[in-house]
Write a protein that binds this ligand. Structure first.
Ligand code: GLC
Length: 427
């Protein structure tokens, strides 16, 4: 079958422009707020049921004197990341920019300055696209009603005293801050809301009706016509966002493949967690990136900066290792997607495919020194093969029937290639 007639999965069209996103594949998530100071997870107020008053000490001591967004942006670009998404406000309600709608913001802490504009400028100057995470929840706002996730959810005195809260006033605030974020930072490429709360016991849920999601989306697209919006306003838009799991196959909605991005932490926490030790290895992280692209998706990998404003060593080590691999192997990621369905991938390998250059990438997750045999439809299309990291030829032998191709691999795993890749040029 002619190469162009093979079955290439395409995602359903979306309202926003996702072409750059589906090319770039790899982004940095940044979770940064007051929760970096207690340094034990961004949900600490919920987990330890901390009142606004008792949490105030972190506001009074927030002073990230070593914060230099140029250093962050270089670390992201060096890792091969092409966009970033930063928490403008997380569930704690603390804002990184000088919002006119609240006093609970970085400019009123000892740090005393806007954090967000310098970050946007630094990442933009490194060529990365701009994404804003914005929490729909707000455990600080005086009109945000107590719900199943609220830190005061079992404090009867607090619940009784705040029964008159008018969440619609909080939603006006949510819309107002969205307008600030959409109109004060130039072109914003992604808006990443999080999340809607289900009803539970005595507490009502908060969802698309609460947020006035339809109205909000319409306004956002007026302010930023090409923007990508995620799915967590409870109305699917431009990208589905599976979290902390690797999908078995290309993510679908009602049986239709869609644009998708998996978001993951290096360790078990989004916010800086000093004593948390479940840090994934660089090999695991690279396989997560390769696996995502092999299924037509993106990887958004999270860093939680410290209260001094730095990426910690554990994150920097992994970003550096990923960048080392991307330096020689980004051709198997950028512009790539799932291989044609007719191509059968060998065991312990992952395919990605660039349809524009008609190049197939065989990622060898476990080096097989005896060689790898490709079978079926792909065999007739193989023109030339090489090890991607050093462009050294990989000879191959096609059998008489023309349905197998034995790739002759060196005994030793290629150097400079934590995950070796065979670049296969197709005809
Ligand atoms: C989870 C976490 C939340 C984080 C989000 C990122 O929902 O609870 O803190 O911001 O994942 O997708």
């Amino acid at each position: 079958m002619d190469l162009d007639k093979l079955t290439l999965v395409q995602p359903a069209p979306t309202p926003g422009d996702t072409s750059w996103f589906r090319h770039d594949r790899f982004g940095m998530f940044i979770h940064w707020g007051l929760y970096a100071l207690p340094a034990r997870h961004e949900w600490i107020r919920n987990r330890e049921m901390i009142s606004v008053e008792d949490y105030e000490k972190y506001f009074r001591h927030f002073n990230p004197d070593l914060y230099d967004p140029a250093v962050w942006a270089k670390a992201a670009a060096g890792a091969g990341m092409k966009y970033f998404v930063v928490t403008t406000k997380h569930h704690e309600g603390f804002c990184l920019w000088d919002s006119a709608l609240t006093d609970y913001k970085a400019t009123n802490t000892p740090y005393g300055k806007d954090i967000l504009h310098p970050m946007v400028d630094a990442f933009r100057s490194e060529g990365l696209k701009i994404g804003f995470y914005h929490s729909l929840l707000d455990w600080h706002h005086p009109e945000y009603s107590v719900d199943a996730c609220h830190p005061m959810r079992i404090n009867e005195e607090f619940i009784a005293a705040n029964a008159g809260r008018d969440t619609s006033k909080y939603v006006d605030y949510l819309h107002g801050q969205t307008e600030e974020l959409m109109t004060q930072f130039g072109k914003v490429d992604i808006l990443w809301y999080d999340f809607s709360v289900g009803a539970s016991g005595r507490f009502a849920g908060k969802g698309k009706e609460t947020w006035r999601s339809e109205e909000l989306i319409s306004k956002i697209r007026g302010w930023q016509p090409d923007i990508m919006i995620n799915d967590r306003l409870q109305i699917d838009q431009d990208v589905k966002t599976p979290e902390q799991r690797m999908p078995e196959k290309w993510v679908e909605v009602n049986g239709t493949p869609v644009v998708w991005e998996g978001c993951h932490t290096f360790s078990g926490s989004w916010g800086y967690y000093r004593d948390e030790e479940t840090w994934k290895s660089s090999e695991q992280l690279l396989i997560m990136l390769i696996d995502s692209v092999s299924k037509g998706g993106n990887l958004l990998l999270n860093v939680g900066p410290t209260g001094r404003g730095e990426f910690d060593e554990r994150a920097l080590d992994r970003l550096t290792a990923m960048g080392e691999w991307m330096k020689r192997h980004s051709r198997s990621i950028y512009g790539c997607t799932q291989a044609p369905l007719e191509f059968e991938c060998p065991d312990f390998c992952k395919y990605t495919y660039n349809p524009d250059t008609r190049t197939l990438y065989l990622h060898v997750l476990s080096w097989q020194f005896g060689g790898i045999t490709l079978k079926g439809e792909v065999v007739k299309h193989i023109d030339y093969a090489q090890i991607l990291s050093d462009a050294s030829e990989i000879p191959f032998q096609i059998n008489a029937e023309g349905n197998t191709a034995a790739l002759k691999l060196p005994i030793k795993k290629p150097c400079n290639a934590e995950i070796p890749v065979i670049e296969i040029f197709l005809k």
